[in-house]
Design a protein around this ligand. Sequence first.
Ligand SMILES: Nc1nc2c(c(=O)[nH]1)N[C@H]1C(S)=C(S)[C@@H](COP(=O)(O)O)O[C@H]1N2
Ligand SMILES: [Mo]
Length: 354
Amino acid sequence: MASNSNLITKKHHPENLESPCAALDSYLTPNELFYIRNHFEAPRIDVKFWRLTVSGAVQRARDFTYDDLLAMPSRRIVATLECAGNARAFLGGSTPGIDWHLGAVGNAEWRGVPLSLVLAEVGFQHDAQEVVLQGADAGAIDKEPKTPGSIPFARSLPLAKALHDDVLLAYSMNGRELPEAHGFPVRAIVPGWYGMASVKWLIHLLICREPFAGYFQTFEYSHWERIEGNPTLAPLGPGEVKTEIVRPSSNERLKAGDVYLIRGSSWAGESHVASVSVSVDGGRCWNSAELLDPPQPYCWVRWQYPWNIPADVPSATLMARATDENGRVQPLEHAPEERHYSVHHVLPVTVHIE
Ligand SMILES: Nc1nc2c(c(=O)[nH]1)N[C@H]1C(S)=C(S)[C@@H](COP(=O)(O)O)O[C@H]1N2
Ligand SMILES: [Mo]
């Protein structure tokens, strides 16, 4: 797979590339600028021989060819995909995982067959609980906790989410054939969930009778929830409310007296952004930003705030935070329950004024 010079390399093997921050300033992220997150080397797939096998607790197990899926009714969804590890670099210290900055996120228009239609074709048995989505890529994890040899990339969805019309088996991205790096021929798009649920290079849907506890939803991509105060590990799912300031960047030098347009993007998992506030004084006062896109579920909105750069201070700390339609607000600190995932607290940007 050819390397992509538009993206910032975080790891060579397997290829993990992040978008430049400026890419967040375009509503739809062009395919060439969309981040790439791979756990194993990308598989080589010949679509002539590719099949999607659907089996397990079903009435009629069967394989689907690429043409079978193309012939089924399709839906178009615009959705922001964010890696649960995005912005991990801001946690400091020695956190495990790839040290993503601001660019493990993008927004695209996806087209594909609703997963619910494929599931309707095979029919569930009465005790079905989850759908495991399995990719064609596989490998052994040789750091503790080690895997028992090679494992595929796989994640499960509870039936309630799997049956939602907006969950797609996608074969197109921004009006073009799904690129190899993004899961050709077919990937899942689970809108509103962190990226790990949107399994690429799908080859198998396994309908299970009990919750799946695979590597990528236990050792990785899990967080702490509490049952009666007792911390219990649970798979990551829906995304949190999040904001990134796109301009200015940290340590930029700005001119006193200028009017500067602070810009950024905010998103809110399965819900939509209701408002964005900006502070130019380290969080003492908050002002409303102007939203530049109509808020929609699953999608980011871009926003701006015109700032009269003061002449009497050598530096300023800018902050931005969003509220969603359900009143969820971004926290000021990262919660330990989230481990090294879901980094969605307010990220201050300090600039110099001269
Ligand atoms: N088969 C497979 N699917 C996968 C992954 C993977 O490594 N293998 N990575 C997941 C993660 S963690 C993320 S964030 C998204 C990234 O999608 P992208 O590479 O198209 O941006 O894909 C998900 N689907
Ligand atoms: Mo991810």
